[in-house]
Ligand binder design. Structure first.
Ligand code: 13P
Length: 239
């Protein structure tokens, strides 16, 4: 079922004591959506020992089940620590870790096998947008996973135009809606039209309401503005 969701992606930010403080502050807030915090892996278990109202997401997982992969964390390990969601396919990992659609599909499978919900990120670069091929490009990122995953399980989709991430430049509500509508039509062709689609990219308290008011936008995946409880909670109250 489509749900209103706001997820905060802390990326590689915040010290342990600040993380604890920020989570406590977020937990004191009220909001009318599903709230998810994707903190760094190191802090996930610190949070599961608390009685927080929000859910937790890992920012990544390894594509294999277990084994000799020094420094990596598997979906099975995350699930055993009570983590419900896992972000995969973020553009920063696609770019800096050279993650391909094939690898991201394996990660999707590992999460689903462990009863976790993938938050699958898709999005185009500025070059692709300017070439006018963005709709097809982003749809193909989604189709690759849906065509090749072992089980077509429930997941959350996040559209994050690369040119809008951390730049202060947001997709206009019309640009975002056009893409979300297109992705919804792809999801419909896979009988997955009930999937929530989040928008990510310089989403802030000042623009969240207008974005979330669009027909096919079900919430946001928030980077910078999730690092302050006040702005994160303001976004979570923008429906
Ligand atoms: P910003 O909100 O900082 O642009 O980051 C978006 C993002 O990448 C969330 O995953």
């Amino acid at each position: 079922m489509r749900k209103n969701i706001v997820a905060g992606n802390w990326k590689m930010n915040v010290t342990a004591s600040d993380a604890k403080h920020l989570m406590d502050e977020i937990n004191q807030g009220t909001y009318n959506c599903d709230l998810i915090v994707a903190c760094p892996t190191l802090y996930l278990q610190m949070a599961t020992t608390k009685d927080y109202q929000f859910s937790l997401a890992a920012q990544n997982c390894h594509h294999e089940t277990s084994g000799a992969y020094t420094g990596e964390v598997s979906a099975q390990m995350l699930a055993s620590a009570d983590i419900k969601y896992g972000i995969i396919g973020h553009s920063e990992r696609r770019e800096y870790q050279n993650e391909t659609d094939e690898l991201i599909t394996k990660k999707f499978n590992r999460l689903v096998e462990n009863n976790m919900t993938p938050i699958l990120c898709v999005g185009e670069s500025l070059d692709i947008r300017q070439s006018g091929k963005h709709l097809g490009f982003v749809a193909n990122q989604l189709k690759h996973v849906l065509d090749n995953c072992a089980i077509r399980a429930d997941f959350i989709l996040a559209y994050e135009p690369v040119w809008a991430i951390g730049t202060g430049e947001t997709a206009s509500p019309e640009q975002a809606q056009e893409m979300h509508q297109h992705l919804r039509s792809v999801l419909t062709s896979y009988q997955k039209e009930d999937t929530s689609i989040l928008y990510g990219g310089s989403c802030k308290p000042g623009n969240a309401k207008e974005l979330f008011a669009q027909t096919d936008i079900d919430g946001g995946l928030i980077g910078g503005a999730s690092l302050k409880a006040e702005s994160f909670l303001a976004i979570a109250n923008s429906f």
